[in-house]
Ligand binder design. Structure first.
Ligand SMILES: Nc1ncnc2c1ncn2[C@@H]1O[C@H](COP(=O)(O)OP(=O)(O)OP(=O)(O)O)[C@@H](O)[C@H]1O
Ligand SMILES: [Mg+2]
Length: 271
């Protein structure tokens, strides 16, 4: 190919927003000559590379936007492939595999991950979130307290409807850490807004170190807590993870006197 027309073609390809083809054109053209490639194979090879590259970029940008839309981010990348079921046998592998087909998102169902510290709740929530990003779903990750503080401060500048929309629009909303930090007064109302707006419209994955019977205490309001749970649990899969902290797997002796936390009660799974 003449240098001039090659340069011109690369420029036109970039204008047409085909950067991968522009980048690979030279090596593909050389390969086509040496391997006696047909025109169709030459073109389809380049188009294939462009499409794959766009798919990869799409996944990356969805993972980024899950992380950066509202102050918070996937705290750390986690994959379901790295989850050691042997360490945590109370996680029902079949039930989790069923969630991996992501039908729960299409069916607007929820996933509740309950258990004491370090049992893998956030790991599983992020793993499912990343999987959803990879499959093209819009995902937002937040802790409960971050979400409440975003919504609370939106009242001051009248941006509440817009901020609420950011928590309603994604196909999957992950709300991490319900139960650790005290929920400020009004906080339960904000959670109710989000849960009721998403009810049967969008999925929620929620993690908590507190069993459901403590949620009135956690949210400072029994009536709202029960209305929130009623909606969350109607279409849901519940994982009640009972086991040791993965973080302390080699330091069990050091913490044996801490005693159990509120997550001591038997919880009946609705499903
Ligand atoms: N079964 C497991 N296999 C592999 N890694 C695990 C497993 N369980 C937990 N981990 C790892 O242990 C650490 C703690 O897990 P994670 O943050 O998910 O716990 P958690 O249940 O959310 O705890 P907390 O209630 O304190 O937030 C993370 O680094 C996570 O990747
Ligand atoms: Mg966690």
């Amino acid at each position: 190919m003449a240098t001039e027309s090659y340069g011109q073609l690369v420029m036109e390809l970039r204008k047409l927003r085909l950067p991968t083809i522009a980048e690979l054109l030279d090596s593909y053209a050389k390969q086509a000559v040496t391997s006696n490639m047909s025109y169709v194979d030459f073109l389809s090879g380049l188009v294939f590379e462009e499409v794959r590259s766009r798919e990869r970029n799409g996944i990356e940008s969805r993972i980024k936007s899950a992380s950066h839309s509202v102050q918070t981010k996937f705290p750390i990348p986690k994959s379901l492939d790295d989850f050691d079921y042997g360490f945590q046998p109370s996680v029902n592998k079949k039930k989790l595999a069923e969630l991996c087909n992501l039908r729960f998102i299409d069916n607007r169902e929820n996933v509740m991950l309950l258990g004491s510290p370090g049992v893998g709740k956030t790991h599983l929530a992020i793993g499912l979130g990343v999987k959803a990003c990879e499959s093209g779903y819009k995902v937002l990750f937040t802790t409960l307290n971050d979400m409440i503080s975003v919504l609370m401060s939106s009242m001051a500048d009248n941006s509440f409807p817009a901020k609420l929309r950011t928590f309603i629009q994604p196909s999957l909303l992950i709300v991490d850490e319900v139960g650790y930090l005290p929920v400020p007064k009004e906080g339960a109302n904000f959670l109710f807004h989000v849960v009721s707006k998403r009810y049967e419209i969008g999925s929620i994955i929620l993690t908590s170190n507190k069993s459901f019977s403590y949620w009135g205490e956690v949210l400072g309001d029994n009536v709202i807590a029960s209305a929130i749970l009623d909606r969350l649990l109607h279409h849901s899969t519940v994982f009640n993870i009972r086991g040791d902290s993965y973080r302390l797997r080699e330091k069990k002796e050091l913490t044996k006197d801490l005693g159990s936390n509120a997550f001591g009660k038997e919880e009946k799974e609705p499903n």
